[in-house]
Structure formats: C-alpha cells, structure tokens
Write a protein that binds this ligand. Structure first.
Ligand code: HEM
Length: 442
C-alpha cells in the first residue's frame, strides 16, 4: 500500500516567512517548535529576504528586548520581503513630500532608541497608565455592554430571518467597536468619524488584499489613497485645534509637546497620531475575535468563564497568549553579541517571534493547552518587557476584560458558522478579516 506522508520538517527547508501560508494555514507552530528545540538562534536565509537570526525562545527574546544598547530599533523594525520594503520606502517618500520632513528621519517613536525614544514616547505615555485606565473603566464598560447587546440582537435577528444559514461577522459587528471608540475618544476624534478611522485602518492593514482596492488600483495606489484620506482628516483636526484651542486629548498633547526646546514637526505629529490610532484599533480587535473563536472551540473553558466571572482577567491573559496576534518585530545588533554560543555580528538583524515564545515549553506548562485558569502566564503578546513594551497594554487588557465580561451570558448561545478568513499584514499582525458566527438554539 502506498501512503503519502507529509515531508519531514528540517531546519534547511522549514519556512516561517511565507505570508500566504499564514493566511491559508495559520501560524507555523511546528516550524517554531523545531527551531526552539534544535536551533533557537538560527541564521535564516531564504530567497526574497535579507538573511536574519530567527529568535524563537522566550529567554532570548526577553534578553534582546531588555538590551536596546545592543539591539537597535532604528534600522529595521519589521521583517518583510525586499520588494515590500522598497514599496514602504517609496510610501515614506510620498508621505514626507506631503507634509515635509526627511524620509530618513524615524517614522515614529518605535523606530527610536534610548534616550530619544523615551522622550518621545513620554509625550503621550501619561494617557495609557493603569491609573488612567481605571478612571475610564465605567464609561468604556458601558460602551462594551451596549456593543455586546447590539451584537447579540443581530445574531438573534439573523437567526430568525435565515435559521441555520444565518451568519453574523464578529469582526465588524463586535470586536472592532470598542477599540476604535476607545482610542478615537482618547485621540479627540469626533464620534461621527470613528467608522472612517476603522475603515482606513482595515484597508491599510489589508493593503495587499485586493478586497480593499478600488477598481483599477494596485496595492501601492490603494495605500496612497487611504493614507492621503487619513492625512487630510488629521490635518482638519489639527487646524480645528489651532482655531478652537487644545483639549485633554492625544492630538492636543502631540501639538503642544516640546522636546529639547522644539515642537514636534508636522511629520512627527501625523505619524505619531497615525501610530496610536492604528495600533489602538488593529491589534485589540484581532485579539477579541481570536478570543471568541478560542472560547467557542473549547466549550468546557467557555462554560467555566460563563459560570465564574472572576476568571475574566486570567481568561484575557490566556487569550492574549493563545492568539499571539503580533507575529514579529526586528532589531539590529549594534556590536558583536554572543548568544547561546552563536556570534551575532554588528549590523546583522534579529527577528523576535513572539508566538513561538508564547509556546515555549520551558516557560509554559502544556503550552498547547488553552487554559483560562492558567496561573503563571508570562506571555509576550505585548513584547518582551523592554524599552518598547506595548504602550497600549493596559488599554487593550481593559478593553478585552470589559468585552469578555459582557459576552459571558451570550457565549453559550453562539456557534462558529464558518472558518475565519485571515489577512496577514506585513507578516506582522495575524489579522482576522471575518469570523462568522450564528445563534445556537438551546
Ligand atoms: C491586544 C492588543 C495589542 C497587542 C497584542 C500589542 C502588541 C504590541 C507589541 C508586541 C509591541 C512591541 C513591543 C516590543 O517591541 O517590545 C507593541 C508596541 C506598541 N503598541 Fe501595542 N499591542 C496591542 C494594543 C495596543 C493598543 C490598544 C495601543 C494603543 C495606542 C498600542 C500601542 C502600541 C505602541 C505605541 C507601541 C510602540 C511602543 C514603543 O515603541 O515604545 N498597542 N504592541
């Protein structure tokens, strides 16, 4: 009898950089497992990519994240194909033509190293502390209840209309709502524009997906259109602040900031605001959607959450670990560094694979078990606790807690109606484009 076996995975042939594969088959867990086991600091050379060191263990990602003096953010930030990097460079030139500045200046503060990084991040950091989140809790908690209730009504109405053929999209009808509302509110974006911000973020993140192109456009043109619309919108808000005075919002802080005796340039204001609005709504939305799917895929875990609201915080941490929606960030060695017997030479790049760290068997007991009661959960969903640790971590945690708290009574009435559709933006965020669910009759 002839059996067809999958080809054996080897270090020489494994592939962790094919974004079509992420989109069609999910994350390359088996490949990361092999790397962690056999070559945790692995020199990865494949056509279409500049070679890099693939870093897959928790301890090494923590070490690199904690040493910005050895590993810089200012040269390469995210791994991508050489072709895509050229496109991004051209986009950056377009952008600086539009609002001034030099294309070789750091695009935003993620591209900076200390001490400059800390000064620039510090302009807005006060808005994101756990203490500030606490003051917003009630207001956003109410929003979460309303969004979940609207979503539940849609699920029931769709079922009444179409029965077993009914389907409601979690992404657009639920997950996107609170993250957009929260960051736009903090940014001082008027409520009537929130939907547009969401659409632009979705189109920007999905720029390689023809679904987000207008007829006759390619990826580059679609991106130019979206960034142009977004730029004009921000420009309008800036002019409004200059006319009517500043408020207590992120944009007002950016406009009034002074660093070393100067204000931010228009290029910096636009890019920082774009970073905050984009990061604020693209990431958390995917974690919420992935969390709904994980709970529906694990009914016994879902039932525990439904019965015990005190599990919401640990469930959110497990969802963050489980979904690991940020795939990688990149750093460049500023001097030769020895790690696990390998010499990383000055100028070579290292890529930190966070989902791999989140399945590291040296850190997590039974890492492939989705367990909302997990006690020790030192995950790297928000990065490896270094200089660039996610600025919005408290906000994202708070948003997810209020959504999953409000969802508890609804979850048992839902079932998955179709597999998720993925959009992988820049090999960087594991985005979910659509996740259809339907009402599950009792
Ligand atoms: C579930 C949601 C989120 C996830 C998984 C996530 C993940 C991450 C990761 C992995 C990093 C890089 C950390 C590093 O390099 O060490 C990061 C940085 C960042 N995140 Fe988030 N993030 C989320 C939500 C948010 C939100 C709501 C905001 C709100 C503005 C935000 C803003 C930022 C910013 C500004 C940075 C750059 C920080 C710096 O360079 O100093 N993120 N995030």
């Amino acid at each position: 009898m002839v059996t067809s076996e999958a080809p054996r995975l080897t270090l020489d042939t494994l592939d962790i950089t094919d974004s079509d594969r992420y989109r069609d088959h999910g994350y390359p867990w088996a490949e990361w497992d092999l790397l962690r086991r056999e070559a945790p600091i692995y020199w990865y050379q494949r056509p279409g990519f500049e070679p890099f060191w693939a870093i897959t263990r928790h301890a090494d990602i923590r070490y690199i994240s904690a040493h910005p003096e050895l590993f810089s953010n200012s040269q390469m930030l995210r791994l991508n194909t050489a072709q895509k990097l050229t496109q991004q460079q051209t986009e950056r030139e377009f952008q600086t033509n539009r609002h001034g500045g030099d294309p070789s200046d750091p695009q935003d503060f993620i591209w900076m190293d200390p001490p400059e990084h800390r000064q620039h991040r510090g302009i807005v950091a006060r808005h994101f502390t756990p203490r500030v989140m606490k003051t917003l809790e009630d207001h956003f908690g109410e929003l979460a209840e309303n969004y979940v209730s609207d979503f539940a009504d849609k699920v029931v109405a769709s079922f009444a209309d179409k029965g077993a053929d009914s389907a409601v999209d979690v992404v657009h009808e639920l997950s996107a709502k609170l993250p957009v509302a929260a960051i736009c509110d903090m940014g001082g974006v008027p409520e009537e524009d929130w939907e547009k911000i969401f659409e632009w973020t979705e189109a920007f993140a999905g720029q390689d997906d023809p679904e987000y192109w207008e007829p006759g456009e390619n990826s580059f043109q679609a991106t130019q259109r979206v960034v142009g619309q977004w730029f004009r919108h921000t420009q309008g808000l800036i002019e409004e602040r200059h006319r009517n005075g500043f408020g207590e919002d992120l944009l007002s802080d950016l406009l009034q900031a002074e660093i070393d005796g100067r204000n931010l340039t228009p290029d910096e204001v636009h890019n920082y605001f774009f970073l905050l609005l984009g990061a604020g709504n693209e990431t958390t939305r995917n974690a919420i959607t992935g969390g709904v799917k994980a709970l529906l895929d694990h009914p016994e875990q879902m039932q525990m959450l439904v019965e015990d609201e005190s599990l919401v915080p640990s469930a959110v941490e497990e969802i963050l670990r489980w979904t690991s929606i940020v795939i990688q960030f990149q750093r460049t060695a500023v001097q030769d560094v020895e790690l696990r017997g390998q010499t990383i030479r000055k100028g070579e790049s290292v890529v930190l694979w966070y989902p791999s760290a989140n399945r590291d068997e040296e850190i997590f007991e039974d890492p492939y078990k989705f367990d909302i009661t997990r006690k020790e959960n030192d995950h790297f969903a928000f990065g490896g606790y270094g200089e660039h640790f996610c600025l919005g971590a408290s906000l994202a945690r708070w948003e997810m807690r209020s959504i999953f708290h409000a969802l508890r009574p609804i979850l048992p009435q839902l079932e998955i109606a179709a597999d998720p559709e993925y959009v992988i933006s820049f090999l960087h965020v594991g985005g979910i484009k659509r996740q259809m669910v339907r009402h599950r009759p009792a």
